[in-house]
Design a protein around this ligand. Sequence first.
Ligand SMILES: NC(=O)c1ccc[n+]([C@@H]2O[C@H](COP(=O)([O-])OP(=O)(O)OC[C@H]3O[C@@H](n4cnc5c(N)ncnc54)[C@H](OP(=O)(O)O)[C@@H]3O)[C@@H](O)[C@H]2O)c1
Length: 156
Amino acid sequence: MAPPRHVCVTGGGGFIASWLVKLLLSRGYAVHATLRDPCDPKNAHLMQLDGAAENLRLFKADVLDRAALAAAVEGCEGVFHVASPVPLDKLVDPESEVIVPAVKGTSNILEVCSTMKVQKVVVVSSTATVHFNPNWPQGKPKDESCWSDKKEVLTR
Ligand SMILES: NC(=O)c1ccc[n+]([C@@H]2O[C@H](COP(=O)([O-])OP(=O)(O)OC[C@H]3O[C@@H](n4cnc5c(N)ncnc54)[C@H](OP(=O)(O)O)[C@@H]3O)[C@@H](O)[C@H]2O)c1
């Protein structure tokens, strides 16, 4: 039997990433999942997924730590970058709490993937990037040419 193909999922314990890890394992991939704290009980569900014992490896990595990201990406042909702060409460310092990890975290993983010659990278964005555009024609599908108006976002 051919060895499994390896992919990495950042922020593996989050809502979307957990479902993605489950799907990838069910399709026979070997998954490297990054977590800020692999020992946190909130991430315990991952090792209970079908196929996890054989094909899931957990890596401790903050998205601001390039060396830790590189260790998780090593040997992977694809990377799904899902880790991002998703704040539920009012922010004290939006710059450090969201902007820096979102922007720097994404550039870190892209640089690691480029250096390590990863074949495919999927970056999960947010509907907030396109949703708040009052000038977009009604009913026209939103694509990469549509961007939210910052003023609209900040008044929400
Ligand atoms: N949920 C949706 O319906 C939806 C829809 C469209 C797009 N999205 C986007 O999908 C992405 C994930 O959303 P989600 O709903 O799955 O959120 P989530 O459950 O809060 O997951 C976010 C993950 O990112 C990790 N993370 C946050 N800051 C990090 C950092 N500095 N370093 C490493 N990991 C970090 C969190 O790890 P910790 O557990 O350590 O905090 C968590 O595992 C976000 O970009 C969101 O905007 C979500």
